[in-house]
Design a protein around this ligand. Sequence first.
Ligand code: GLY
Length: 577
Amino acid sequence: MKLVDRTKITAAVVALASLSALSASFLEISPAFAKEPPPQPVVLNASAVAVADKYAADAAEHIFREGGNAVDAAVAIAFALAVTYPEAGNIGGGGFMTLYVHGKPYFLDYRERAPLAATRTMYLDDKGNVIAGKSLYGLDAVGVPGTVEGMWEAQHRFGKLKWKQVLAPAIAYARDGFVVDEQLARRREDASKEFGGRTNFDNYFSSMKDGVTFKQPALAAVLTRISVDGAKDFYQGKTADLIVAAMQAGHGPITKRDLLEYKAVWRQPIEAKWNGYQVITAPPPSSGGIGLVQLLKMKAILAPQFKDVPHNSAQYVHLIAEISKRVFADRAQYLGDPDFYKVPVAQLIDDAYLAKRAAEVDPEKPSDTKSVQPGLGTSLPEKAETTHFSVVDKWGNAVSNTYTINGYFGSGVVVPDAGIVLNDEMDDFAAKPGVPNMFGVVGSDANAIAPRKRPLSSMTPTILTRDGKVALVIGTPGGSRIFTSIFQVITNIYDFKMPLKEAVAAMRFHHQLLPPNTIFWEPYKPIEGDLAKQIEAKGYVLKGQDFSGDIQAIRIDGDTPEAVADPRGRGVTRVVQ
Ligand code: GLY
């Protein structure tokens, strides 16, 4: 059985532990039976959050004032965003949480899984061609959601407050309503056009207009049940029944058994030494942590080539694109769910390997795309929407959390009588290995569809520590742009010594091997004028994308946290004394 009464089992295991050394090692590794940690001294003069929406920030502030720690605040934020940031906040999706608690790094994978009925060819027609939209819209696009199980697991392992307390702000927002922001209203209109009546999206969301108070009583009832019965309600209880009823009514693939068997997984985070910092970031099934470490290390190896190259100049863009080319070649070939495919993580971030890859960089002109093969021996498109929040508490703990329903408003399906927006995460699998996905990235067999498998992600919730203390907590939405964005902000802070606000606001760009020699620019700070001409003169094609990213970052200087929400989004920060 998946969800258990942990009080009873903890007592039983503690009794066993005194009898046997074997039990003691079991206690050590099993999060469900973690011992009560010793109290922590206060080490910072404030707690802080950077989050995509003001209501969630208020929720976090409330939790801190009640004595909660970073994990309590993170869980409260995740549930609040499911109500007030419904385009990406969710309980119908999944994500990744990187934590630094009591001086130790942890990583929680609560990514969606393919349902048991999933097959390798489920999105292909009789001729073997990808059926347009099938992995993006409607019930067939939905992976088994992990968010509720993830939040339950994190809060029960590390939270200080009662589970009910962290659900309370979200319940109030759903029951009493929140005032709809102009950006949210616009995103709802765009999504409505995209779904084009293929799903029940408009039935639920058509009244969510700029300035109105939007109430969600059905979602309030779901959240209230979860606050009383825990994650069990979502995976085995009345909410599970509502999800399965929606699936049955629309011939969708997710069954009771899919929900019952869902599990979040504690994994070893990726850790790497860089520039005097310990980088703690997302392992597979994210490609992002490996990609981030590869980018950081290759840039450091190529320091002589970067010497005196001005920030965001044409030569800078070229050198970063050359490095990115190699990172995306590896991403396409080697990365997938580690429970199904042996990902060569250590080799991919090995210094000698990266030195060899960096030596292939052409300092003058773009390397021929076809010549850039996976380095140990091909790339997929993906949706950019998703959301991230960063949290630190005054005890020095940190949470970096990125979670998603993939595109804004996911699959466009809202579970009737529950108000749960279901994800379209199945699009992050390689529907046909070798064919690009929505973000233009190509996938290999490592990311082919299989029952229970998690699709490859780019989400990269990251924490940097120095001398055992948290120095930076950072993440962003952006699909395959996630780790190239985080890389650029980290580089801005530590290589270019920019203040955090400037580092986050600076222009960002993106290259990902395919399409060949293409540099994507963002609407927030377009590449234009002389810079555009100089980059084109180097042999690149410039292409605008419609997404700018939404970095949420906290930097700690001494004992003072500074939080910055990306000016590209509607995010806010709070520093709570
Ligand atoms: N669906 C976006 C990601 O997982 O990276």
